[in-house]
Design a protein around this ligand. Structure first.
Ligand code: AMP
Length: 112
């Protein structure tokens, strides 16, 4: 089981902000911005490059859910960034697909 599956099954504690039967959102343990939430499918797709066409609806629902999660975190007005790290060059450290939702400060572009 991945660490994020263990969070979904409550084996590992996390500050959960929202949950459906398909995915879960919780605060990143090492936040890179005042708000840093991870949106994670309960089914462990390793990374976006390994997602299948059948995952499309789930991934779409996760993206759409980010709007409500961002609003609930107070980011609707200031804005926010969604990030998916894929593979070693992108800094992927947990092999379980997740969307980073970052906000609460001015974010730089391009990213490091
Ligand atoms: P990535 O580097 O894109 O794979 O992102 C993995 C993220 O998971 C990092 O930002 C970590 O800080 C975060 N993370 C790792 N373990 C936990 C945990 N137990 N609870 C919350 N976030 C975690």
């Amino acid at each position: 089981m991945t660490i994020f599956e263990k969070i979904a099954t409550r084996e590992i504690p996390a500050h959960i902000v929202s949950e459906t039967d398909e995915f879960i959102a919780f605060h990143d343990v090492h936040p890179q911005a005042p708000v840093h939430i991870l949106i994670v499918p309960k089914r462990a797709i390793p990374r976006i490059s390994e997602a299948q066409p059948a995952d499309g609806n789930l991934l779409g629902r996760m993206l759409l859910a980010s709007r409500e999660i961002a609003s609930a975190a107070g980011l609707a007005e200031g804005g926010y960034r969604l990030v998916i790290n894929n593979g070693p060059d992108a800094g992927e450290s947990v092999p379980h697909l997740h969307i980073h939702l970052l906000g609460g400060r001015s974010l730089q572009w391009p990213p490091g």
